[in-house]
Design a protein around this ligand. Structure first.
Ligand code: EPZ
Length: 442
């Protein structure tokens, strides 16, 4: 089956209200955390995206049972995970290579079995995606690693012992893996220079719902009082909303004037992005769990530095580069988190944008109208931004490699159509032949 593409007809506007789905970058880790408790965990507000299916496959491979509908009845956003049958601590390359976020099972497997045998994740389009900080954090807890034919073998000859961990960089994944092992380490663990993303807080809340003792999540210092593994029990947890999905739709409102409202989102998750929208001339109205963006004056240029939370999120960098390309003037966007996350610029340039890249800096000369064109998603955020570009461009845009988008956005086309976009999923050409699906990575 040929891979579908998304076809967008431009010169359009977006107005209306969409609801944010559950956060991909939390739900994947909550699923991994369920490994730590024997029994049935219920995780709600799980987005209907392909990455969740891959993580479900990883858990099933370990021996768990994953039920998409859950005993909660018809809502597909409810996952019931029964970990009683987990009898393996090995994850195959075939699954880890599909989604590098599978590395999130490393900490929980070590917590539950005292060992793990996990395929090493590769790099991806946006960078090398090393895991050295994951390993150093776990080594501080007493884990001994060896590499065997592309697999990581983890062992804990003296068990997991609480430690003082200092991360070189507030890595989201390294913080999560250290947390999920430390909750059953003997004694106290302190993680300094920890990641502060809302998804970290969500994971800490779920671990505490399971009987762990985690405090300080959301700040740079997380303290964990280890508890016996047997004391951890399954829980029923609702995933936080996806701030990056919400930000993507808000950019759509900023681009076309809106008003676009995203509901079921805590505005405090997007402080920096909302500040930048205001700087660019947008009106941003915040409710307790909704955000509305509209604009009546021309977009102003902006300076953006992507940084760990609460700094500007790298996962909104492509979307804001598109905004900058439509602004009156020159913007500077610096990507400090990933070493190669400007590929979107080359695709946007094919639509007429004027962007020059110098190492981690991009200069975006805005104001030239965009023309629809055939383009390719280079990662899921760039793919989502290309569809938005097609909505404001003149003519038709055909976005390829949309499997990237399906990994992280639930019903992206449906939600955009509900806002008035003329977008649809189609097969690329009439006599489509079977093609090998190219699996993508996080
Ligand atoms: C998470 O990736 C997210 N993915 C990413 O979202 C997000 O961009 C990133 O956090 C930053 O917010 C998931 O949660 C599944 P990091 P993660 O560890 O954990 C380097 C999306 O679009 N690094 O904070 O991999 C790393 O290479 C995706 O949804 C090391 O060098 O991010 C990167 O340059 C993309 N060694 C930087 O740190 C390590 O051991 C930040 O990585 C770990 C990370």
């Amino acid at each position: 089956m040929a891979q579908e593409i998304i076809v967008v007809h431009g010169n359009n506007t977006l107005t209306g209200t969409v609801s944010a789905s559950g956060a991909k970058n939390s739900a994947l880790k909550l699923m991994a955390a369920s490994i730590l408790a024997r029994g049935e965990c219920v995780i709600r507000n799980v987005p209907l995206i392909s990455d969740i299916d891959v993580m479900s496959d990883v858990l099933v491979e370990l021996g768990a049972r994953v039920d998409r509908n859950g005993h909660a009845g018809r809502d597909e956003h409810v996952l019931t995970i029964d970990t009683s049958g987990i009898d393996s601590f090995e994850t195959p390359y075939e699954l880890v290579s599909k989604m590098r976020a599978s590395i999130a099972v490393l900490g929980p497997l070590i917590g539950r079995f005292g060992r793990a045998f996990v395929a090493m994740p590769g790099g991806c389009q946006i960078g090398a995606r090393k895991i050295d900080m994951h390993l150093r954090g776990l080594e501080a807890l007493g884990v001994v690693f060896s590499v065997e034919h592309g697999y990581l073998r983890a062992e804990t000859p003296s068990g997991l012992i609480g430690a003082h961990i200092v991360l070189d960089f507030p890595s989201v994944g390294a913080t999560e893996n250290a947390m999920m092992a430390a909750v059953v380490a003997e004694g106290e663990t302190v993680i300094a220079n920890a990641a502060r993303e809302p998804e970290i807080v969500d994971l800490a809340n779920m671990l505490n719902d399971m009987g762990a003792r985690v405090s300080g999540a959301g700040g740079s210092i997380i303290t964990i009082e280890g508890v016996p593994l047997e004391s951890l029990h399954p829980c029923d947890h609702t995933t936080v909303s996806d701030r990056i999905e919400a930000g993507t739709f808000l950019v759509g409102g900023a681009l076309t004037g809106g008003p676009v409202t995203v509901k079921n989102i805590d505005p405090s998750f997007l402080r920096m992005a909302l500040a930048k929208l205001r700087e660019m001339g947008c009106k941003v109205e915040e409710g307790p769990d909704s955000i509305t963006v509209s604009r009546t004056e021309p977009l102003r240029p902006v300076e953006i530095q992507t940084l760990p939370h609460p700094g500007f999120p790298t996962d909104l960098q492509a979307q804001f580069m598109l905004l900058a390309a439509c602004a009156q003037g020159t913007s500077v966007i610096t990507e400090n988190v990933f070493e190669n996350r400007f590929m979107f610029a080359a695709e946007l340039a094919r639509m007429g944008a004027e962007i020059s890249i110098e190492d981690h800096h991009s200069l975006v000369r805005g104001g030239r109208p965009l023309q629809g064109a055939p383009v390719s998603s280079t990662d899921l955020r760039a793919g989502a931004a290309l569809v938005l570009a097609g909505i404001v461009a003149d003519g038709e845009t055909r976005v390829h490699k949309i499997s990237h988008i399906d990994r992280g956005y639930e019903d992206y086309v449906g939600k955009l159509r509900s806002l008035g976009a003329d977008v649809s999923r189609q097969l690329p050409y009439r006599n489509h032949r079977a093609t090998v699906r190219v699996e993508t990575e996080d």
